[in-house]
Design a protein around this ligand. Structure first.
Ligand SMILES: O=C(O)c1ccc[n+]([C@@H]2O[C@H](COP(=O)([O-])O)[C@@H](O)[C@H]2O)c1
Ligand SMILES: Cc1cc2nc[nH]c2cc1C
Length: 348
């Protein structure tokens, strides 16, 4: 991609951010108009109506459709794992990719249940990124090259992109990103990930504190936060979110780790996530606070903390249903249903 061909890669990312299209307000108005004709009391489909307007706004289509929903999972390994921040060994990242390929993971079942496409991106698993407590995860060129690779998520076409990840150790990476972007006590952002005990949690807090100290003075630029404290899946997800915006594809975010990638873009431009919906609130403690910082109300809150895009994929089922209701319900005239006699109150 052009971004990697030039001498100043982060400037190219910034140029793409500056090119992001806005919402299609004519399409939103058309959805509001049709919504008034559908056979239901005004506002009775609640958030489903809001979702139909969101799809229209970002697809740029007065009749938004979800015909090719896609879940993309980005997988990477992290040098920081050697600090003992996860109860699971790094080998699990590749083993889970084999499980995805064999159809045995939770995300496979949700994709099958909701008829969602599924793609996995292996980001050089044999070469973990630098240990963020000692050195930058990546250099600038590698960071932008990985963002460009993430942009390939939409290459085969989709009208709803759900983002997920797999990477032992990446809740440490996400915690470091949140702590760098939002400040406050590091412990506020650090959780148990795949199930650390109390001693492991204390070690993880100390490792994130050390990472922030190692990179102190270099964390005011969100792209520096990404390359120093991030990981390849986080960079690729940031690239995928940006590419989707440029191609007018609505995005559903997953949990604690995917949201950290989104937070980098929002720190670059406060409107950068307007085409993104928060699929769920993860049980990883700080996810709720991260979503509040992004101004995103999650669709679901099911006590899940798996990653893999599972929360996003479940939310895609709701988004599909919202599009189907908007497109396929009968109007009052078509169904010969009498309208309200007084002007109905429209909520939202
Ligand atoms: O997405 C989440 O909210 C989430 C919360 C906790 C754990 N995970 C998953 O667990 C892995 C990282 O956990 P850990 O403990 O190894 O840092 C990684 O593969 C993530 O997909 C994901
Ligand atoms: C088994 C397992 C499955 C996962 N899926 C996403 N992260 C994971 C971490 C582990 C350990």
């Amino acid at each position: 991609m052009d971004a990697i061909a030039t001498g100043l890669p982060f400037d190219d990312v910034r140029r793409l951010v500056a090119m992001m299209p806005g919402a299609d307000l004519d399409a939103v108005a058309a959805v509001r108009e049709r919504d008034r004709e559908l056979t239901k009391p005004a506002g009775a489909l609640g958030r489903l109506e809001e979702i139909a307007r969101w799809l229209a706004a970002w697809q740029g289509n007065a009749r938004p459709a979800v015909t090719r929903p896609l879940v993309c999972v980005f997988a990477a390994n992290h040098g920081v794992v050697k600090q003992g921040v996860s109860p699971y060994p790094q080998s699990v990242t590749r083993q889970m990719l084999e499980n995805f390929a064999a159809g045995g993971a939770a995300i496979n079942q949700i994709c099958a249940a909701y008829d969602l496409g599924f793609k996995v991106f292996d980001l050089a698993l044999d070469l973990p990124t630098g240990d963020i407590s000692e050195e930058p995860a990546m250099d600038e060129k590698a960071c932008v090259a990985t963002m460009a690779f993430g942009m390939e998520a939409i290459a085969g076409g989709t009208d709803l992109l759900c983002l997920g990840e797999m990477g032992i150790g990446n809740t440490t990476i996400a915690a470091a990103i949140y702590a760098a972007l939002y400040g406050g006590p590091v412990a506020q952002w650090v959780g148990r990930g795949t199930g650390l005990d109390d001693a492991g949690l204390a070690r993880k807090v100390a490792v994130v504190e050390k990472a922030l100290a190692t990179h102190a003075g270099h964390l005011s630029d969100p792209l520096e936060v990404l390359r120093r404290l991030g990981g390849r899946e986080v960079a690729a997800i940031a690239g995928a979110i940006l590419a989707a915006r440029l191609q007018r594809i609505p995005v559903i975010l997953d949990g604690y780790v995917v949201t950290a990638a989104a937070a980098i873009l929002q720190a670059l431009d406060p409107t950068a996530l307007d085409h993104c919906l928060a699929g769920h609130c993860s049980a990883e403690g700080a996810h709720g606070e991260a979503l509040r910082r992004l101004g995103k109300a999650p669709l679901l809150d099911l006590g899940m903390r798996l990653g893999e895009g599972t929360g996003a994929a479940l939310a895609a089922g709701i988004v599909k249903a919202a599009a189907a209701c908007h497109n396929d319900m009968a109007t009052f005239a078509q169904a010969h249903v009498d309208q309200a006699e007084a002007a109905p109150t429209t909520a939202g």
